[in-house]
Design a protein around this ligand. Structure first.
Ligand SMILES: [Zn+2]
Length: 125
C-alpha cells in the first residue's frame, strides 16, 4: 500500500509573514469585538470555550483576513481612515458598528491597545 499522495500539491501563495503593525491591528480589532460581543451578545450562541458568538467570530475572521490582505501592509493607515474600501458594504457597516461601540470603551478595558492605536493614528500611519 502506498500512501495517498496527490501528484501535484495544491499551489497556494505562501502567506506573507505578517508585520507587527498588522498583527497589532488584528489584536486591537479582536479586543473591540470582545467588548462589543460581551455587551451585546453575552452568553448567546456561544460554542463552549469560544469567546465570541458565532456572528462575531465570522465577522472578526473576515476583518482579520482583510488585514492580512491589506495592500498597504506595514505602511497601512488605521482602517477607518483608509480610502480603500476593501470590505464589502454589509460587512463594513457591521464592523463599523462594533468599532463605534467599542472604540470609546477600549481605553478602560484594553488601555495598552488603545494607546497603541492612538499612536498609529498620530503617525498618520
Ligand atoms: Zn457577538
Amino acid at each position: 500500500m502506498t500512501p495517498n499522495k496527490p501528484k501535484t500539491p495544491i499551489r497556494r501563495a505562501p502567506p506573507r509573514p505578517l508585520g507587527r503593525r498588522v498583527r497589532r491591528e488584528q489584536r486591537t480589532i479582536a479586543a473591540m469585538f470582545d467588548v462589543f460581543c460581551h455587551d451585546h451578545h453575552g452568553g448567546v450562541d456561544r460554542a463552549p470555550g469560544a469567546k465570541l458568538c458565532d456572528h462575531c467570530t465570522t465577522l472578526l475572521r473576515y476583518a482579520h483576513q482583510r488585514l492580512e490582505n491589506c495592500p498597504f501592509g506595514e505602511a497601512k493607515r488605521v482602517c477607518n481612515e483608509c480610502a480603500t474600501h476593501c470590505y464589502s458594504e454589509t460587512r463594513r457597516a457591521q464592523v463599523r458598528e462594533v468599532m463605534r461601540y467599542a472604540g470609546p470603551r477600549m481605553m478602560r478595558r484594553f488601555p495598552f491597545l488603545a494607546l497603541m492605536h492612538l499612536w498609529d493614528k498620530r503617525r498618520g500611519g
